[in-house]
Design a protein around this ligand. Structure first.
Ligand code: PLP
Length: 389
């Protein structure tokens, strides 16, 4: 059957596993160009290497991030695996420094993959109380001289905001490459590449796609050598995103700005509402003046927003009392707000902190809420119902 050219305004979903090559000569040219790792190949070969729908979605991410390149992967974890693996070389001795307040999956990846299977030496930088001590960070950098420094802009679930500019400047001073997981802040609040970070990672499963309907990850940067290495690694490990998910990501990215602005607005409304309630114990939201990293957050984002996550607990006489108060709240906000273990969804969802993190954050009744982009009035009504339960 002959292929017909269609005047589509968007790049369609190209589900081809392999692409048709016109002749033996162009086949060898295409493979040679693939080794050269241009961002967009003249001829596509095989969808695990490169796919036009994925390239179109990558261009959309580049426009959002303001980066010279973006590489999509099957998940945030695949993007993290690519970003870290390109710095590994056989026989090279190097130490990597990670902030301890990072995504639980990344911590498990460090212990299960980097340490256990690859034998790397990993150091952790821990907060002092509930904020970071930058003199201690400088001392740690000086002592360990890491090749890589890795941090998250907004931590999970305590929502500590890192002084990103200061961290990047310190790391560069001590010769470390800087990798930032900016999933919680998104490019709308801060763009670490503008401050000299080497790679920015997002779980695009979260705010960039924003509807809880796909799993994807992306790494962005401005350095062509790193990009080529990342393309090569993604190709041989097979971390490529599917064209269907790339298509959905691209179309959903068009509303990212609107969605995330509303989500931040809803989060700051919920933080204020909870703070004013006698039923509530403590509220963690970087937009509140009471948050230990409020000033850092304001400096970092210029007050543009404080993210769309709120962590809080309800009052109770003791641990058991707090847990049952939490459970009553969760039952009362159902079905508008459900217990779903992700974040950055279209609707407001929540997680009991203790069930996920166990003893790491010992406050028994804590709830982590990820705000959706529903109209504020709807969110407010349901939260009030939960507080009255
Ligand atoms: C979810 C998440 C990840 C992992 O992303 P997946 O798409 O689930 O693989 C990494 N970092 C942060 C901060 C996340 O929230």
């Amino acid at each position: 059957m002959k292929k017909k050219e269609i005047n589509s305004a968007r790049t369609p979903v190209y589900r081809d596993a392999g692409f048709e090559l016109p002749s033996a000569g162009t086949t060898s040219d295409a493979f040679a160009a693939e080794i050269d790792h241009e961002r967009e190949p003249e001829l596509y070969i095989y969808s695990r290497y490169r796919n036009p729908t994925v390239v179109a979605a990558e261009e959309a991410v580049m426009a959002t991030e303001g980066s010279a390149w973006a590489l999509l992967a099957q998940s945030g974890m695949s993007a993290i695996d690519i970003a870290l693996s390109i710095f590994q070389e056989a026989g090279k001795e190097s130490r990597w420094l990670f902030f301890s307040e990072i995504y639980g999956g990344t911590l498990s990846y460090i212990s299960s993959v980097l340490e256990k299977r690859r034998g790397l030496q990993i150091d952790f930088f821990r907060p002092s109380g509930n904020s970071y001590d930058y003199e201690l960070l400088e001392k740690t950098l000086d002592d360990t001289r890491p090749e890589i420094l890795y941090f998250e802009t907004i931590s999970n679930p305590l929502l500590m905001v890192a002084e990103g500019r200061r961290i990047i400047a310190l790391a560069r001073h001590y010769g470390a490459r800087v990798l930032v997981d900016n999933t919680f802040a998104t490019p709308l609040l801060w763009k670490p590449l503008d401050e000299g970070a080497d790679i920015v990672i997002h779980s695009a499963t979260k705010y960039l796609s924003g509807h809880g309907n796909l799993t994807a990850g992306v790494l962005c940067g401005n350095d062509t050598t790193l990009m080529k290495s990342a393309i090569e690694y993604r190709k041989y490990v097979g971390h490529m995103l599917s064209p269907d998910d790339a298509y959905r990501l691209q179309t959903q990215l068009a509303s990212f700005d609107l969605r995330f602005t509303r989500q931040c607005h809803n989060a700051s409304g919920v933080a204020a509402l909870l703070s004013s309630s006698d039923e509530v114990g403590s509220v963690l939201y970087p937009g509140l003046a009471t948050h230990p990293t409020h000033e850092a957050a304001r400096a970092l984002t210029g007050g543009k927003g404080y993210g769309a996550m709120v962590t809080f607990d309800l009052k109770g006489d003791n641990a058991e009392g707090k847990r049952s108060r939490r459970d009553r709240f969760i039952a009362a906000v159902y079905p508008e707000i459900r217990l779903i273990p992700t974040l950055g969804d279209s609707h407001t969802i929540l997680m009991p902190v203790e069930a996920v993190w166990g003893a790491k954050y010992p406050e028994p009744g804590m709830i982590r809420m990820s705000l959706g982009f529903e109209p504020w009035e709807e969110v407010e009504k349901v939260i009030r119902r939960g507080l009255q339960s």
